[in-house]
Design a protein around this ligand. Sequence first.
Ligand SMILES: [Zn+2]
Length: 267
Amino acid sequence: MPEGDAVWRTAHRLHRALAGADLTSSDLRWPSLATADLVGWRTVEVVPRGKHLLHRLVSPAGARWTLHSHLRMDGSWRVGPATAPAPRGHRLRAVLATESVRAAGWSLGMLDLVRTADEARLVGHLGPDLLAADWDATVAARRLLASGGPIGPALLDQRNCAGIGTMWAAESLFGEGIHPLTPVDTLGQERLVALLDRARGLMRASIVGGRPGSERGAGGEEFAVFGRVRRPCHTCGTPVSKLDAGPVTQERGFSYCPSCQLATEIR
Ligand SMILES: [Zn+2]
């Protein structure tokens, strides 16, 4: 599943390709938007908000609307020259083109068109965005403390902090030596801030370098624990393990090192 850093890269790619130009064709293959026609509308900007994409547009009459999308499990936006063969396929959900470029949205998990002033209806529930310029770890830490429960699932709850998924949750918990099932309220504000800032650092490094950028093993592996179940921990050699945690029917997998991330704080 694309996490905040991947969504950030997608938003910036779409912004570079579309901002400032008028749309010359639009095709939204979404039941509620089948009659929407964005031809002549201009892209103001495309910005990420957690794992959400906000494509802000202005109509020829000056009305400001936002095309909101979410990549969910395996969605993507691909950009190419307008002269390339038209994309086609049953997974195609949206096509937006200018005179020079075409953006195609595939397997999108959400697609909405709302007045820009009403964006909060779609993203207002999100906690502080780990990759936003106004990121505030203390606010996110307070939300984590208020949510309670084990830290792993709490990190994934986008109402606490927006943009993190199982990959960066596992990597940042390993980095701070915290077991995924540690109750949030035993960690305290200071350790939660350190954990959140580590997650932000890993995600920012991913954006800058195109790779996670730290905790890289001797074998050149990108991750400390994510995707490394049963392989030796780079730090202590213990086989990396994995557990499921989270609300019933929404359990998610957390890779961790049973030695480096001791369960001593678990009640
Ligand atoms: Zn270890």
